[in-house]
Design a protein around this ligand. Structure first.
Ligand code: SF4
Length: 468
């Protein structure tokens, strides 16, 4: 059993608010609420007084080692931030912000009349966000404001989940099922999925479908016959010709073939994602991707030969044993392909020392992110969407970059919650966005493959309750 961080909370402070801020520094340690400061281990004592002043005190083995007091807009976060920054020496790049959608904040400031410069200053002074991140948010918000101009007010996005993958990557956190073990469920899954897609088609009648996104899993893990059946069903259900964007995640290069590319062209798919993650073969083997660097290049060249221009590459920073030099080599290789779209993800960092979040590891991740911004900038790509990794040390940002005109519209709507998403399939989440009322309703489908197949009627009925 590892060390615990214990909390003593006095006054009307939410345990969640305390935990979420403390986690930025002590992600690796579990938490426990206690009545009084124990005489062993780390304990964070947080107290609010009648005037709203918050005092955070850190104890180690019963002895006070740091204390700070804060007032103002976010006194709980600020007092904890100060005391833990003093103790660890770490300054989180996102400051007091703990949510996964920081761009929402700056977009709201822009909408309320604040110019870019003022909004960036506010991010830095009010929320202690570092200047790089504040500017990054402002860049993203500016691109998104342009994209939103071409988005019909009442439009919706469609998301279709195909949860099969050739193998399961070691870092996978999605509902993904390896074809070798679950391939015998493909037909049953498609039958269930097609029923849900047809129902979504009925719901959408009369509303513009702006984006269609087939994700998962790896949709191209379906065999050619089933892949065609899926694309035909989508074509029957929605006006694919009028959609501004139609994406298929062809993430695993080893699932891309001429027949599937031809089908995608025939059915109007304009955007695909082929994901190398890294251009270091040894790492690909370590993480269980089951494909090689050459297979990535072959899949990419084949897709280009079918006329695909809007191809996104996903890359991951912080893969096992990868150095800055490895990352640099990957960026160089990717930029040599003159990409139109690259998405940079961070792998959650698991290693950490006894008391402190692993500062050298966080620094390495910070350096990798800086390198990514440099390479993407040189390649002429600008950031268009951004979200922060939930529950991960550093809470670093994942960023989508593109050449102007090659932004992923679905990604923007999904992340910024600017349009409703109607979703079908295992683990898919439907979101009904009411911008005027500032309300979002979620309907979450079952994540378990067999359960989904058996209970698809229930998934459909749940949507029926809301859409009538
Ligand atoms: S390709 Fe994506 S969904 Fe499939 S196993 Fe890997 S991480 Fe999971």
């Amino acid at each position: 059993m590892g060390d615990l961080v214990k909390f003593v909370i006095i006054g009307g402070i939410s345990e969640y608010d305390v935990q979420v801020m403390a986690q930025v520094f002590f992600h690796h340690l579990p938490f426990e609420m206690v009545e009084e400061v124990p005489n062993h281990g780390l304990c964070l004592h947080v107290e609010i007084c009648g005037t709203g002043e918050v005092t955070a005190t850190l104890f180690d083995s019963g002895s006070m080692i740091a204390q700070n007091t804060a007032t103002g807009a976010k006194p709980v976060a600020l007092a904890i931030y100060r005391v833990l920054a003093e103790f660890t020496g770490y300054r989180p790049p996102w400051g007091l912000l703990t949510g996964i959608r920081p761009v929402k904040l700056i977009s709201a400031m822009n909408s309320s009349g604040l110019g870019r410069k003022e909004a960036v200053s506010a991010m830095i002074s009010r929320y202690l966000v570092d200047e790089t991140r504040a500017e990054l948010c402002a860049d993203v918000a500016a691109v998104q404001a342009r994209i939103m101009q071409a988005s019909p007010q009442n439009s919706v996005s469609i998301y279709i989940s195909v949860p099969f993958c050739p193998t399961i990557c070691h870092y996978c956190s999605f509902s993904a099922y390896p074809v070798s073990k679950f391939g015998n469920r493909m037909e049953a899954y498609l039958a269930a999925l097609l029923a849900e897609i047809a129902y979504l088609g009925e719901i959408c009648r009369g509303r513009p479908v702006e984006n269609i996104y087939i994700g998962g899993g790896t949709p191209t893990a379906l065999d050619v016959k089933n892949f065609r059946i899926l694309l035909e069903a989508i074509d029957r259900a929605f006006d694919t010709g009028k959609a501004l964007e139609y994406t298929v995640e062809a993430g695993r290069p080893d699932t891309v073939c001429a027949e599937k590319l031809a089908l995608m062209r025939d059915f109007g798919v304009g955007r695909i994602s082929i994901n190398p993650q890294t251009l270091k073969g040894e790492t690909l083997r370590k993480i269980g991707r089951g494909h090689t660097v050459s297979e990535f290049h072959e899949a990419y060249n084949l897709a280009k030969s079918f006329g695909f221009e809007h191809i996104n590459f996903d890359l991951i920073l912080g893969l096992p044993d990868e150095t800055l030099a490895d990352i640099e080599a990957t960026f160089s290789g990717i930029c040599a392909l003159n990409p139109n779209s690259v998405t940079i993800h961070n792998l959650a960092i698991k290693r950490a020392s006894k008391f402190h979040t692993d500062i050298p590891q966080l620094q390495k991740q910070t350096d990798m992110l800086a390198l990514s911004r440099e390479f993407m900038g040189c390649a002429g790509l600008v950031p268009y969407y951004l979200y922060r990794q939930k529950n991960s040390p550093g809470n670093f940002e994942n960023v989508g970059y593109s050449r102007p005109g090659f932004e992923g519209r679905y990604n923007i709507h999904m992340m910024e919650e600017t349009r409703s998403v109607l979703a079908a399939g295992c683990g898919a989440i439907t979101k009904l966005v009411d911008l005027e009322a500032n309300r979002i309703e979620r309907i979450v489908n079952l994540r378990d493959l067999d359960q989904y197949i058996q209970r698809v009627d229930e998934m459909i009925a749940r949507k029926g309750d809301i859409f009538g």
